[in-house]
Design a protein. Structure first.
Lengths: 98, 129
């Protein structure tokens, strides 16, 4: 990182340094783990209202990099989702036609 | 004593009487096996996320109880034998808990609902990790 920023360094060059830096800056968004931010929010497999926020329309588990959850809470969440699926509170898939 | 939670689904076609009989049967089963009942919740008839044994609805019943590990085996056996049970799931909420303390927490929970429930949730988290 350091030598890239040094002006006049002959290693990076204009073509590789410029666009990459711009790209990073434009798409940077700070994500905060919901469960870390709000300690009163507990992960419980019976509470489908909260869990539903973290699954897609098709019933898939949203990845941690999308939901922004920290690794610890994402792990607890996946366990909770799988438990809820097992007891038919949440669907495995939604392709079934009712 | 260990702290367990059992969530089971009863057939939706049962009459109120039969349904009550099933619920009380499993509550008594725990007492009979030297367990301590902490909480029983009947969620009523709910629609299932997917069909189980060709039913798309079911009565959800949740029971939280304390007991020795043997109690769970016994409960599992009876749940499996009963035709009125569509599905069940038993999970461990905690190791080496004091049932009296939990009952006291439940009592507090009635007066101030939010505070009491949270403490129970915290216990469950510790048990799972």
């Amino acid at each position: 990182m350091a030598y890239n920023r040094t002006p006049g360094s002959d290693r990076g060059g204009n073509d590789s340094d410029g666009p990459r830096g711009k790209f990073k800056r434009t798409y940077h968004r700070r994500k905060v783990c919901k469960f870390c931010a709000d300690s009163s929010l507990a992960i419980d497999y019976k509470d489908t209202k909260i869990i539903r926020y973290f699954i897609t329309e098709r019933g898939k588990i949203t990845p941690g990099r999308i939901s922004g959850n920290c690794a610890k809470h994402q792990r607890m969440l996946t366990v909770a989702i799988k438990r809820a699926r097992n007891i038919a509170l949440l669907p495995f898939t939604t392709t079934l036609v009712r | 004593m260990r702290y367990y939670e059992n969530l089971y689904i009863v057939k939706p076609t049962l009459s109120d009487e039969d349904y009550g009989g099933v619920v009380s049967k499993f509550n008594e089963l725990i007492e009979k096996n030297a367990g301590v009942m902490i909480k029983v919740e009947e969620w009523g008839k709910k629609s299932l996320a997917y069909d189980i044994k060709k039913f798309d609805k079911g009565f959800y019943v949740m029971q939280q109880f304390c007991g020795e590990p043997g109690i769970m085996e016994e409960l599992k056996r009876y749940l499996g034998l009963d035709d009125n049970i569509l599905k069940y799931q038993i999970i461990k909420l905690g190791d080496q808990v004091d049932p009296e303390k939990l009952i006291a927490e439940q009592g507090e929970g009635k007066e101030t609902p939010s505070a009491g429930e949270e403490t129970v949730e915290d216990n469950s988290m510790e048990g799972e990790v």
